[in-house]
Ligand binder design. Sequence first.
Ligand SMILES: [Zn+2]
Length: 722
Amino acid sequence: MTFACLCGALFLASHAFAGQEVDFNAIHFGNRDAQLVVEASVTMPRIRRLQPAAGPAFEGDAGNPLIGFATIDGKASRLHWQLDREASRVDGKSLALVYRDPAFRLTLSWEWQARGEHGPLEHTIRIENRGGREVWIPLQDSFTFRWKTAAQALQQLWIDKGAGEAPPVGTHLVDVGDGYHWFGESSAFAHPRKGEPREIIPYFLVRSKSETGDGWYLGVEFSGRIAMTLKRRGDMLEGSVGLNPEAGPFRTRLAAGGEFVAPTVFLGTTHGSIDEAGNALKRWIREAINDPRVLRDQTYPWTTNNSWGSAMAISDAQARRMIDDAATLGLEMFHLDAGWFRAVGDWHPDAKKFPHGLAPLADHTHARGLKFGLWVDWVQAGISKEKGALDVADPAIRDWLTTDPPPGWKPEEFKGLTIDIGVPAAKAWVAKEVNRLVREYKLDMLEHDGYVVAQGCDRADHEHATCDPKRVKKYSDDGFIWMDGPNSTDVSYHAARAYYDIHDGLRRDHPDLLLEVCNDGGRMVDFGSAAHADYFSIVDSYDPVSNRQAFYDASHVLPPAMLETYVKEWPAKRIENFRYMLRSGMMGWFTLMLDTTTWSKQQHGIARAELDFYKTTLRPLIREADLYHVGARADGKGWDGIEYFDAKRGRGVLYAFRGAETGAKSHTFPLHGLDAQRRYRLSFRDRSSADITRSGHEWTQSGATVELPIAESSELVLIEAL
Ligand SMILES: [Zn+2]
């Protein structure tokens, strides 16, 4: 309580805050795009203002509350947070306000970080138990807001995950009127629930509907169970972001010396169109979040063939046929999918299918000039008795399972029982096992599938909170045993952190390795996995329209090079349809998932030429250029398109697609990003039109007209400054 009476100019002058005098009523922190004015009151912090580079500020109307109680030995008591000015600090890159509760010996650090001169600011809250006893704490929101908005007409943007089938809407842009109430959820599961909203990529944007598009956005860098809310009452916007409090009540354990870290959120401001907001965010993700290794690698994203085109029937002989053919096509990676292993949980090659093991196959792949990638679902346990296998009957491993298997349980072909990697021994097993896989099988890429972050767990002796077993819903679906209970959020909290540790360890030990997040196809697309892996499978259906829909959605908020769509066998009667199929997967990370040895000579020739064009011309734009959604979201019937434009290099491309049902043989797409003063030549890759040269001003006025006489065909229009 002494701090309260010490407030005043004298105190501030004599107690410098990281070498400078600071007014604790108005601490300024931020970067060129977003400035915060923070009031560090004695008992809680408060954001007084969020000031964008342009446009009106958002005025904070409430404090940012800290958890109000904690529990020791089953007895809950109020916390009395007190600002520790000595321990708090601010500089150009970070701000940390430290609050302490002396009775519980808890320390809470309320932190902001500016990783770039531009882009959003990141916010993290850490709560540390410096006492000698175990403490239980309730949910600390990562971020809450209640601020006044100057603009009257507002809209909200959010994006669904492509999980499973591409969602019907995917990209939502909705008016935020008085009384508005929105709730968004993200986890690593994204179960389809009939008639209910889909899971979101944990992000939303609120912007003015006026020309200026002033607004702000929030995103979460976490793959556990997350909830986001937004409400409007008059000119007040309020909401919260963080771990999902449902089903709850949430509680988590702080061992003596232990720490709880609320999922990191990022908060940024925008000015301009939705695509301009997205492009700025994606630049920041590339520079601040992505592994610098992929920025240096000019061949990222790697063109890939995935063996799932042969499904579980893959074998050494078939893999070699696919690899040799992939090499003639100019593909850069062969990705061995499920079907290669002895049994679920027993991640050694099936001796019948791969009698020489995987290392010679990796050598063969490398000798053909390709990288070698591998599918593993490393959290799944089975019934194999082989040495090193995750066997559910082994008492030590049984202890890691999220639940006991029913009597007589057997795994499916590639689905077993999930272990809880939040258990330190389970995490250590996985870390060692994935290291062995990478080393012994000479991997350039490791993909994980399945659900690495457990949905629920009924064990009483794990790190996470336990709950009344009667309140845990246990059910079977799609070959998995699922659990869902009041402790699910805490289970996911521990497992997601363990998952990041495992991936970070792999990156440390194998700096050239790439990591793919599949997680049952597009269910773990979030900013936490973006920070701890290199690319995502964004949808689990692989036809041209699903691929374009999922790409349209996710490319609003994630770097397109990270967005992988699998191109599967699709009935292409004409060569134009074949190109349409390939190009529908060529806007981001391109992976074929078919047996190319079945292609005709003509299809081979076309595919080789398209891949060459992807590598030389499209890929540099996918890596570096801004992206504009210049058409409607694909519906397979009408026209749709995506434009890339790199203003620095004066180059871009328009992907144009004609659907199956439109009678219109031509369509005009708007063009964005061009300099009005410069002249640009548009050239049409399939020669559907002769080259045309106009000024940037003229192109912006006229748009680019593409003529495609055939249904389900495509064109790539190259834009070059002269
Ligand atoms: Zn558990």
